[in-house]
Design a protein around this ligand. Structure first.
Ligand SMILES: NC(=O)c1ccc[n+]([C@@H]2O[C@H](COP(=O)([O-])OP(=O)(O)OC[C@H]3O[C@@H](n4cnc5c(N)ncnc54)[C@H](OP(=O)(O)O)[C@@H]3O)[C@@H](O)[C@H]2O)c1
Length: 278
């Protein structure tokens, strides 16, 4: 266990103790959210919108974001940012499980995991794809979300608070596209493992509500990558360029609002696979 991680596990224990023993904070029940890919794009916008005074937000991505730290301080929210490559989801999941076990669930009003981090590998036919590139897209987009979901559900299973898992999927998990085999496969896998987990959790007394949600088309680095790609290798490049040219991309802030509104719905989890567009 490295020094940095040990310090953050210590922070979880200190957080629990402080919440129980300080009169002011003991009254404030915190909403715990674990959010991957919050350093930029829609994940950053979700983090910004989640930073209320009653938030306990743990963000996981390779980069941390100093603006988020400042915003959390202004809002009086508790924010932790773990710099972690989700190419190694097993390490992230082990650390998450240990960290969750150090929390006192009596200080929490809810617990939510949002698997948002994703990556589009080189936009070329599968026959031209590099093995390492394919592995990374599947590890970050599918393996790590499964491992983090397993760690979250396992560590929180006895908690009495409402528990939710929101997996950020894509229309491309449901619709095939040339030169996108790994991304499409990761999102299709995400949809289907979420269906399976919904069945697992339905058997439990306080089973988690789970959903794999397509967030719409969002103006982020990912869209830039799609429309900047080589049209001779990626036949749909022009349609992504057109969406941008016609102003049809949702801003990260609007997309985040729609996703978080979906997460807050009374019937969240009724459908294991959903789309913010209805
Ligand atoms: N943009 C769209 O139109 C669109 C449409 C449908 C679905 N989605 C989905 O929505 C989610 C957010 O997309 P976005 O457009 O906001 O993406 P984005 O702007 O490219 O941001 C991706 C996020 O994932 C993190 N990430 C990437 N590789 C990682 C790794 N190896 N380890 C840890 N974190 C990693 C990045 O953080 P670091 O670089 O700091 O690691 C970043 O915070 C994704 O799951 C995407 O598939 C997007």
């Amino acid at each position: 266990m490295d020094t940095w991680y040990a310090a953050h596990c210590g922070a979880a224990r200190r957080y629990s103790a402080r919440s129980l023993h300080t009169p002011q904070t003991a009254l404030l029940m915190h909403h715990l959210t674990i959010l991957t890919g919050a350093s930029r794009g829609m994940g950053l916008a979700m983090a910004q919108q989640l930073l209320q005074a009653d938030a306990l937000l743990l963000c996981i991505s390779r980069q941390t974001n100093s603006d988020l730290t400042e915003q959390a301080q202004r809002a009086g929210a508790t924010l932790l940012q773990w710099p972690q490559d989700l190419n190694d989801g097993a390490t992230a999941a082990a650390q998450l499980g240990t960290w969750l076990q150090a929390l006192d669930p009596r200080t929490l009003a809810s617990a939510t995991l949002i698997n948002n981090a994703g990556v589009i590998p080189a936009l070329v036919p599968l026959s031209e794809s590099a093995p390492a590139d394919l592995a990374q897209a599947l590890r970050v987009g599918l393996e790590a979300p499964m491992q983090l979901t397993a760690a979250f559900l396992g560590a929180t299973r006895s908690w009495a608070v409402p528990r939710k898992v929101l997996n950020i999927s894509s229309g491309l998990g449901r619709r095939a596209m040339a030169s996108q085999a790994a991304y499409c496969a990761a999102k299709a896998g995400m949809d289907h493992f979420t269906r399976c987990v919904a069945l697992d959790e339905a058997l439990l007394a306080n089973g988690a509500k789970v959903c794999s949600l397509a967030p719409g088309v969002i103006d982020t680095d990912m869209q830039l990558q799609l429309r900047s790609s080589d049209a001779t290798r990626f036949p749909d490049q022009g349609s992504f360029a057109g969406l941008h040219a016609q102003g049809q991309l949702t801003s990260p802030a609007d997309a985040a609002r729609r996703v978080l509104a979906y997460l807050a719905r009374e019937d969240f989890g009724k459908d294991a696979v959903g789309d913010v567009r209805g």
